[in-house]
Design a protein around this ligand. Structure first.
Ligand SMILES: Cc1ncc(COP(=O)(O)O)c(C=O)c1O
Length: 367
């Protein structure tokens, strides 16, 4: 029997009563857009991260897009980011008319290499956008320090994969000027559709983001800026309110499962993505590094164990990003992209299923 790559059905079964009740409450009161669940969720998420403001939006992509729009970034501007990420990170930079400037990654964490950022800063650099890849924050203190000494460049953490993670005890999404997350169903905190949120401690930016998500409206039919329609539905907020009840347990499970994988892989001498001691990863993906990824994937698949690749092609090698490409300027991302492979992961991956993944890996190694 094939085990799920991420078991969202088991999670729903565990929370069914609360999720159903929360959804029905929305259906009953009928405030489907910006209903009371939206403000309730924003309060709870702000409290959880320690950020002063949380503004929910319609997706992680829109959270990033609104962040750039809110900072007034546009044509002629540059935004420094990593090429080793989901396409949305760079896509929004191009959508606002700015240029993504790609910086190579650390080979062990696969996060942007902060030591390479400063040399890419120019007078046009208007933001730095690190990604907390696989659920682990990048070197945010160092990135914030670089941004501060180069004219207080805003740092936007793409925390789509890292809600719940920490850096030196502080929560992801509240590690820099702006944090953006995604509530896509398979994310560490996922709803049952699209959703996302922006976090900031800046009152002025928070107000701008609130206006941007409702067509730049400061009050009903008064449009103070050009915005978009990017609200998160009350029903999706209701789902997350129910899911928050066991989120701490889920994070603990993710850490336990990650530690079991780490131990087993280290003992077997399998290369894997590393976690730094000053941060916790929520293991949005559990990723190892294998020179013979395709045959490993085929062998695991034969035994009912699905795998995935995040991500096979760095963004600066993608056809749509050719005009921003600097060939071979990110050699580590290019090399790692050919080798990464992710294993089943999620809070409901039980010992039996994880045991099956590990024995299949052992079997492959000894074959
Ligand atoms: C790093 C990263 N950024 C942005 C996004 C976009 O989030 P969404 O799918 O909610 O738009 C994702 C989603 O996969 C992501 O992994």
């Amino acid at each position: 029997m094939t085990i799920p790559f991420i078991d969202l059905k088991a999670q729903y079964q565990a929370l069914k009563h609360d999720i159903d009740a929360r959804i029905h409450k929305v259906l009953d009161h009928g405030q489907y857009i910006l209903g009371p669940e939206v403000a309730e969720l924003e309060d709870k998420l702000a409290q959880y991260t320690g950020a002063k403001h949380c503004i929910t939006v319609s997706s992680g992509t829109d959270a990033l897009l609104l962040s750039l729009m809110g900072l007034g970034i546009g044509p002629g501007d540059e935004v420094i980011t990593t090429p080793f990420t989901f396409v949305a990170t760079a896509e929004v930079i191009v959508l606002v008319g700015a240029k993504p400037v790609f910086v190579d990654i650390e080979p062990d964490t696969c996060n942007i290499d902060s030591r390479l950022i400063e040399e890419k800063i120019t007078a046009q650099t208007k933001a730095i956008m690190p990604v907390s890849l696989y659920g682990q924050p990048a070197d945010m203190d160092e990135i914030n320090a670089i941004a501060a000494r180069n004219g207080n460049i805003p740092v936007i953490e793409d925390a789509a994969q890292s809600f719940g993670a920490t850096f030196k005890g502080r929560k992801s999404c509240n590690l820099s000027a702006i944090g953006c997350t995604s509530f896509f169903p398979s994310k560490p905190l996922g709803c049952y559709g699209d959703g996302g949120a922006i976090f900031t401690n800046n009152d002025n930016l928070a107000q701008i983001f609130r206006e941007l998500r409702v067509h730049g409206q400061s009050e009903r039919y008064v449009h103070t800026r050009i915005g978009v329609g990017a609200r998160m539905d009350s029903i999706q907020c209701a789902v997350l309110l129910a899911k928050l009840e066991r989120f701490d347990w889920e994070i603990e499970r993710r850490l336990e499962i990650g530690a079991v994988y780490n131990n087993a892989l280290d003992n077997a001498g399998i290369e894997r993505v590393q976690q730094r001691p000053d941060r916790t990863s929520v293991f949005a993906q559990y990723t190892l590094i294998s020179a013979d990824r395709d045959s490993l994937a085929a062998s695991l698949q034969e035994q009912g164990i699905p795998t995935a690749v995040h991500y096979p092609i760095p963004l600066n090698e993608q056809a749509a990003y050719q005009s921003f490409c600097c060939p071979d300027c990110t050699p580590i991302a290019q090399r790692i992209a050919k080798k990464v492979i992710s294993l089943p992961m999620g809070p409901d991956l039980d010992h039996v299923h994880q045991g099956r993944v590990l024995s299949a890996l052992e079997g492959y190694l000894s074959s």
